[in-house]
Design a protein around this ligand. Structure first.
Ligand code: UDP
Length: 471
């Protein structure tokens, strides 16, 4: 009987890599399961520069990293609209190497866990007769809209007829009365559906349901109705999130060191924790648009004025390169912004985000609603103001605002008056209401990974299934 050996291949971006590393570490705790984790050279180098990931995983003798090229020149930006290029690079350059690893006869993998967008993995897994589990690290609710695309196109819902983005969209079971055109993934706002990104996600939807199972970073109490819809297409669903909380719970239950860890591909500025320590309880708005989103210089100043005019304290992550065109006149910031920021703001280039959100001084999160950020905020009971940037984020922000009632959705608006109004509403006028609701969801999230909880059980089942796959 072969040793259970899982080959893990994440999409080489901050969010998916972070998620898959957490899953890998959870699997490592079961010493008989061997794990090979594929990183692109670019991601691996950044992880080595800014984290202790290599040392951290070295304590697991059953784990190893391997690296592959991503096919892009070293200096090619890997943010914003470049995602498609990254996926194409992986498909062209990394996937043949992935295939070699799958087909090897020397300690061959017994299970493949790869990102849902890697459609190339399905024929490889079939040829090698090795079970494939797709792990889509975006939210099931947004993935569900991808699966609905062929029907929406057939029904004439997409491309939109006319310019009204507030029209409700039918044809997505389980989402009736919730989704407006503006809440669909950003690429649906197109006059022509015959574009690469739409073809790509339709292909993804057709492939993922053919895998032996689907892994999701979510929990039943949050997305139960959508998970039921998925089960009708692919019965074997493992909803094991929030993964970072599951990880912490498992380490504590095994009395292993549970200090904060980082899988960041930028250098975390820890000085913000000292700054937060000096602020009153629940008084600070955390502002971050994640690892890929960008904003224009005009939007940047609307944000800044909105924050300053709201009179709230704020901790703002300005990731290098995230404000387009700012480098040209960095010194032209109005004095009133500089002065107010000195009084009650803190600006950094990258945060230890999980620690920041867990800090008692944080009162709310102005976020681009990437799925990791959303879950991290939910776990800490932090209400959100949503400014979605692209793809799945438009769907997440609708669910946060309308379905889960965990914050306000600022989608498609970026003016200082709206920002000021929403910040005041979440940090002041409706503060108690939002905090209570966020606490309720946080309790459910934490319960899901506790002994007997839904995510706890699904992880146990996943591990058991991986053990059985070696036969
Ligand atoms: N993150 C971080 N520090 C920051 C901003 C983001 O550590 O200053 C982490 C955050 O905790 C999350 C990830 O980067 O785990 C971003 O993933 P998400 O899915 O939210 O958004 P994406 O970056 O993929 O758009």
């Amino acid at each position: 009987m072969a040793v259970p050996h899982v080959l893990i291949f994440p999409l080489p971006l901050q969010g998916p890599v972070n998620c898959m590393l957490k899953l890998a570490e959870l699997l490592c705790l079961h010493q008989e399961i061997h794990i090979t984790f594929i990183n692109t050279e670019y991601i691996h180098q950044r992880l080595m520069n800014y984290t202790d990931v290599v040392v951290r995983f070295a304590k697991y003798p059953n784990f190893k990293f391997v690296t592959v090229p991503d096919g892009l020149p070293e200096d090619n930006p890997r943010i914003g609209d470049q995602i498609r290029k990254i996926i194409e690079g992986v498909e062209k350059v990394s996937s043949p190497l992935f295939k070699e690893m799958v087909m090897t006869t020397n300690s061959a993998p017994t299970c493949l866990i790869v990102d849902g967008i890697f459609t190339f993995a399905l024929p490889i897994a079939k040829e090698a007769k090795i079970p494939l589990l797709y792990f889509d690290t975006i939210s099931p609710c947004s993935l569900w809209t991808y699966l609905a695309l062929p029907k929406l196109i057939e029904d004439g819902e997409i491309p939109f007829k006319g310019n009204d983005l507030d029209v409700l969209v039918n044809g997505m079971p389980g989402m009736e009365g919730v989704m407006r055109r503006r809440d669909l993934p950003s690429f649906c706002r197109t006059p022509d559906v015959d574009i690469p990104i739409i073809k790509l996600v339709i292909k993804e939807g057709k492939h993922i349901v053919q895998a032996q199972g689907l892994i999701f970073n979510t929990f039943e109490a949050l997305e139960g109705p959508i998970l039921s819809q998925f089960r009708a297409l692919c019965p074997n669903i493992y909803a094991i999130g929030p993964l970072h909380t599951q990880m912490k719970a498992k380490l504590s239950s095994q009395r292993l060191p549970n200090t904060p860890t980082s899988n960041s591909i930028w250098k975390e500025d820890m000085s913000c924790i000292d700054w937060l320590d000096k602020q009153p309880n629940k008084s600070v708005l955390f502002v971050s648009i994640g690892s890929l989103a960008t904003m224009s210089k005009a939007q940047f100043f609307e944000f800044w004025y909105g924050l300053v005019n709201s009179n709230t304290r704020f901790l703002w992550v300005q990731r290098p390169g995230s404000i387009i065109g700012l480098e040209d006149d960095n010194n032209n910031v109005p004095m009133e912004l500089v002065e107010s920021t000195k009084e009650r703001g803190c600006i950094i280039s990258w945060a230890p985000q999980e620690e920041v959100l867990a800090h008692p001084s944080i009162g709310a999160f102005l976020t681009h609603t990437g799925w990791n950020s959303t879950l991290e905020s939910i776990v800490e009971g932090v209400p959100m103001i949503c400014w979605p940037y692209f793809v799945d984020q438009q769907v997440n922000s609708r669910y946060i605002g309308e379905v889960w009632k965990l914050g306000l959705d600022m989608k498609d608006v970026c003016d200082r008056i709206t920002i000021e109004r929403m910040v005041r509403e979440v940090m002041d006028v409706k503060k108690i209401e939002f905090l209570e609701r966020a606490k309720y969801m946080s309790d459910l999230a934490i319960a899901s990974v506790g002994e007997g909880g839904s995510s706890y059980q699904d992880l146990d089942r996943l591990i058991e299934d991986i053990r059985l796959m070696r036969i």
